[in-house]
Design a protein around this ligand. Sequence first.
Ligand code: 3HC
Length: 688
Amino acid sequence: MSGTVHLERDGDVAFLVIDNPPVNAGSRHIRKALLEAIEAVEADASIRAAVLIGAGRSFIAGSDIKEFDLPLDPPQLPAVIAAIETSAKPFVAALHGAALGGGYELALGCDARIAVPGTVVGLPETTLGIIPGAGGTQKLPRLVGTAKAIALICPGQRVAAEQALELGMIDALAEGDLREDSKALAVSLVGGKKRIIDLPVPQDSQEAIASAEKKALTSGRNRPHIAAAISHVKAAGQKDAAEGLAAERATFEKLRVGAEAKALRHIFFAEREAARGRPERSAKPLPFRIFGVVGAGTMGAGIATAVLQAGYPTVLVDSDEAALSRAKGRIDAALEKGVSSGKLSAAAMKAAQHNLTLGFDLSALADCDVIVEAIIEELGAKQKVFAELDRLAKPGAVLATNTSYLDIDRIAEATGRPESVIGLHFFSPAHIMKLLEVVGGRKSSEAAMATGLAVAKTLGKQPVEAGNGFGFIGNRIYAAYRASCEFMLEDGALPHEVDAALEAFGFAMGPFAVADMSGLDIAWRMRQQQAATRDPASRYVHIPDLLCQAGRYGRKTGAGYYRYDEKGRAERSVEVEDLIIAESRAKGIERKTLSREEIQSRALATIVNEAGLVLEDGIALRPGDIDVVLVNGYGFPRWTGGPLHWAGQQDPDRLMAACAAFAETAGLGKRRADLRALGILGPAGQPA
Ligand code: 3HC
């Protein structure tokens, strides 16, 4: 049995203590126990008011989403809230930790809400592909207006108590003890009820509503549940309250069992599982307090910013004085942006600036507990740095490389302590991107790996553990995907057609737009380094090399796969298209039009096949980790659940056929993953 509610008395006030560790998720047991407790309060004439409060670290983090795959057992949350609203006695919601989703909706059913500073409240249901299902879309507009409610509900905004008070989402901040303050508030309400559902919706201008709606749809990628949330928020106050609540619940129920909500739940749990790393690891993280970063380029500055934002002293080292001063400028600018966007307080920015030490020499890193190297991608240069770090770093310090594809073991070899060496592969911009691959070399100790995962969590990143193989998880799969898209250029498609097809599937950007943005020269350099070891049987497309030879490095040179006008807008390039057609001719390939579906099918088959190989090679621990990487670092649409969850939902025979067709287009050297043996695809005729 999961969860219970303790009914405690304090004079004539009852405390209903919700107890379901770790985050008091609203399971069926909690709903049942709450309803019984509310009925007990109602029946006891000696109780004049009640307080709902959470045991442990939170109020209620929302409904228990583990129950969402099955029909929800009664009593359902709306019935619990209705019991509070129909009770003659006032109920106060005393909030701490998280009051999210159904937890905040329960609070909206009470007569007042009081929160400890730092509490997070809000309706994040849309991040799970659903809409609030227990009155959120009908009550929040009554407190904050329609436009603001759209702006809060559609992105699933989590709001700190201080701001929630300003917005009217809560009524008071607890100044002292939460129990004492909530009791006083409850007593002050005795004799009256203050139901939000009885309030009118404040009038917003049509322009304000239309603008909030447009913004929400754009940033919500026009997903159906975003449109549904908007429509229910706009309907609040337009019809009978009970009708509005029933309509909201019906939409919630329909979305809850839909494919997108299932996929988003998969990602929710996969992210948490990935963060735990290897399940059998018992080693504890080593203590860390001071960070070092080697290399003051874009990546080094971004990593230093991420660490400083998390409140840690950081020593940034580079022998180039000008690079250090540029990095300092970038760090300051990023911290200031954090303040202007409300993510960082002015005091936290000052503290972060104070925490930064610049150094010209690696000896400045002698006190650091974790050192991240972020210099150029060149094995020799990295080995030199690690040999020096071995000499200078304190015993037990974790020595991490931010390499995106080099061999961690070769880097570790340069030290006399390979057990302390791991990969911490950040994504650019490092202070913004959530994904962090924690890479284990052959000799990396379990404690060093546990520290890497702990560091990632402390920096607010999404860690995923990866094995040491070319490109680890993400870059390896992305390289295969990109190559497959290049084959399509030779076979008959043009860059804008490939990009449009994959954006239509849901990628944030198509592969050629991404290549132009990140710079074609980086991959070019990597291909040159690999030229000697490349399998001669594999298919090689020269188009990107030819673009680089022509100085078309992408956006930064005003030209890549596309041409860029002075405002940075991309246009098709006749020169590039002619070059592509000439390449097909030179290779004797007869170009044929590829439909949107063919492009999607070929690209996705490549991704799924490579993901399978990553699993077969032991580079990823589990399929969900690959989904987490692709969704958080590579713009793969989150609402599909990531490539392997997506694959599991497809007709297995068709997907196998697409993989076979892909292997043919990729040349003889391409291995095929056994997707059935891996459990990614079910047996013939059946999904996984
Ligand atoms: N249901 C089930 N389990 C949940 C849960 C939920 N709503 N929220 C968190 N958990 C579990 C996590 O899976 C994790 O389990 P694990 O230890 O086995 O991995 C454990 O609780 C701790 O969670 P976190 O690792 O995320 O802990 P943090 O301290 O980092 O974060 C949190 C806490 C901010 C509450 C975060 O867990 C969170 O954001 N939870 C989801 C909130 C949410 O989306 N609520 C809406 C649910 S839908 C709903 O309420 C519908 C309603 O409108 C009817």
